[in-house]
Design a protein around this ligand. Sequence first.
Ligand code: UD1
Length: 364
Amino acid sequence: MHITLVAGTRPNFVKISPLIKAIEASNNSDFSIRYRLVHTGQHYDQKMSESFFQELDIPEPDDNLGVGSGSQAEQTGRIMIAFEQVLQEHPTDLVIVVGDVTSTMACSIVAKKLNIHLAHVEGGIRSFDNTMPEEINRKLTDSITDYFFTTSETANENLRKEGIEDNRIFFTGNVMIDTLSQKMSAFRKPELFDEIGLSEKKYLVLTLHRPSNVDQARELMETLEIINANCRNLPVIFPTHPRTKKILDELHFSLDNIHLVSPLSYLEFNYLVKHSMAVITDSGGITEETTVMQIPCMTLRDNTERPETCTIGTNVLVGSDPENLIPHLNTLFGGQWKTGSIPEKWDGNAATRIIQEIRRIFAC
Ligand code: UD1
């Protein structure tokens, strides 16, 4: 059995790490799965890519397609051309893609056009918002996926509604939480913690990178001003994604409570989150991690493809108008935030279940 695993961006790296560990743990002298790891190069900075490989024990990729930045279409085209060549040179029985980024969608199309079996880890989630590139990536990928490995009953239901038969849907859990469980004891205090003089539970963490939240400088500034004015003078640590940094550099702003810092590594970022009072974000993956670490989380979006982080976890959908943050911050500072619980099968064993299913499906 030969598998090709695809990863391209920061959240992908967090998801493939436990899959590789589960493949290696399941191999024995009788049955062995060989794999090839393909990094598309969609994220390429040391801080966005290499540090994740090091900290999450991911082996050197067998291929780095080096596609770099560009428009959605440019990235998609470059990934497709390069990935097709990899698959032609290195035949494989199954391609596994994870998540919902451009690399996920582009490699799925290439695999299926070469008639290779395709598995999607984190299949079936939907925001029902086609203005997000990720929603388009999810729908295109799932329209040609053979085997869906899902994180929630909602994802299973979405797939059934789209006509996917039950025998292709495997509710195996959340691989992002596998990594969180494996690495929690190794979380590392970032230098900025003492440099800024942070104290446990007395600061907030902010992340924003979605085009809808950061591409308009004036709206971004308004969001930051509202947070700055309503954070009770607690420090707000804002590790800035390159997309956000580009815009902020043009604004030359200075707000007393907001501390802009470079992107952090996985172990440092999650240390910061675990010891924070709360997180304000527009990320999807972070809402899963805060749910498991039981940290209050406010999501600056109108919708989420991960509704269980709100219905079961500690997340609240604030909406895209930053004014809406004010009552939620009042609830937080009033000590009234809900206590969430942990969704089913977010238990650290998702990757093991996925590899068991793959061995059963392919009888290997
Ligand atoms: C991508 C994903 C998004 C995911 C996010 C995680 C898509 C459509 N979006 O968005 O779902 O949540 O990753 O971080 O796939 N850049 C660098 N260095 C890098 C990578 C990017 O400077 O290592 C710059 C690029 O020049 C570009 C910007 O960051 O201008 C955005 O990168 P891109 O890969 O296009 O999308 P993300 O916004 O990171």
